[in-house]
Design a binder for this molecule. Structure first.
Ligand code: AQP
Length: 340
């Protein structure tokens, strides 16, 4: 068997399960925008609406949320002329490939997924089957495009590893090398932006309190207030980055500053060595407002014309289907499903 070579290709997705957060922006979207037009054959970015409904979504909120996330991606620099941008449910091949992968993935693998355990908590019995099977749909999202690299935040690393396991198992069982073994790309200072009220939890769209996250649409006053109220310890910033060890909340604010300013956390600490929070927090808030306000403004402008967003998503879906259809057809053939 000759070894298949795969063109370097990016796929990544984001759930429209609430407003975008600074975690989504720094951990994913900002990096996605920076990958366009580089060494990659294609960059494919998807609003994964079918993942969102693994937990209850009000239909009207889901429609608006899908458009808002698309607007957030466009406003952050995802360019439909350079990238394929669409919403998942418009490309039915995702769900079809997910079913094949449901028959490849093992229960034991799914049982190890920490995100399900965290989200389900003590109520696993009451969760949807979709929430449990979500990583198999995510593997389909990625492998449907033969994506070789997936830029994600740290929280998605385990799901990309599962995608690798599914690809390897499929290839092994069917004696093929049809699917690539995809690499996660997790880099930069903000791969896990933490909750502003509890430095042990990640910042999430669906977290309980609005004060624990920065939303991409927050105004300047709200951003300043949230950073001012962010939990920290009483010590000032140290002289060296290593001395932040064990100070989760302090490290988080330094990492956020670094990611927003495009510098390293070490450089932030060097600049603010000895500074107290009364000095650092307003500087961080000013930087966040400077970087996020233009994006929020552009999001508002785009949201005024939802029909145009829908048109862009439909056009992206058409491009996505052109890539996806032959991969699904070949998969069916490999599996032995008869097509007329
Ligand atoms: N706190 C975070 N820090 C860094 N990256 C993050 N991402 C999410 N939160 C952080 C990255 O954003 C991308 C899209 O994530 P998603 O919306 O598909 O799912 P999620 O990881 O479950 O995000 P949320 O905000 O926590 O959503 P909810 O609350 O609805 O579950 C991914 O690349 C993710 O790593």
């Amino acid at each position: 068997m000759t070894e298949t070579t795969f063109a370097p290709r990016i796929f990544s997705g984001i759930k429209p399960s609430g407003g975008l957060t600074l975690g989504n922006y720094l951990g994913a979207i900002k990096r996605w925008a920076g990958m366009q037009g580089g060494e990659w054959d294609t960059t494919i970015y998807c609003v994964v609406d079918l993942h969102a409904i693994t937990v209850w979504q009000d239909p009207e909120d889901l429609r608006n949320g899908t458009r808002e996330v698309a607007a957030g991606l466009l406003a952050s620099g995802i360019d439909p002329a350079q990238s394929v941008l669409f919403n998942q449910s418009q490309v039915h091949e995702h769900v079809e490939l997910a079913w094949i992968f449901n028959c490849v993935a093992r229960l034991g693998w799914m049982n190890r997924m920490t995100q399900f355990k965290e989200k389900a908590g003590k109520n696993a019995e009451k969760q949807s089957l979709g929430l449990y099977a979500y990583p198999s749909l995510m593997a389909a999202d990625i492998l449907l495009y033969h994506a070789t690299h997936v830029p994600v935040g740290e929280d998605q690393k385990q799901h990309v590893e599962l995608t690798r396991d599914i690809a390897a198992r499929f290839n092994h069982d069917y004696g093929t090398d049809f699917f690539p073994i995809t690499e996660p790309v997790i880099d930069g200072p903000a791969t896990r932006v933490m909750n502003l009220r509890d430095g042990t939890k990640k910042m999430s769209k669906s977290g309980e309190s609005d004060m624990e996250r920065i939303n991409m649409t927050d105004d300047a006053d709200t951003i300043s207030r949230k950073f001012k109220k962010a939990r920290t310890d009483p010590a000032p910033l140290p002289d060296a980055f290593e001395e932040l060890e064990g100070r989760a909340e302090a490290t988080n604010l330094v990492d956020i500053y670094a990611a927003l300013a495009d510098i390293t956390p070490e450089e932030v600490v060097a600049e603010y060595a000895g500074a107290g929070w009364g000095q650092f927090k307003p500087a961080l808030a000013d930087l966040a407002v400077e970087k996020l306000s233009p994006i929020a403004g552009e999001m508002r402008r785009l949201m005024d014309d939802p029909a145009e967003i829908d048109r862009l998503l439909a056009h992206g879906a058409e491009q996505a289907r052109a890539l996806a259809a032959p991969v699904l057809a070949r998969t069916y053939e490999v599996v032995g499903l008869v097509r007329g």
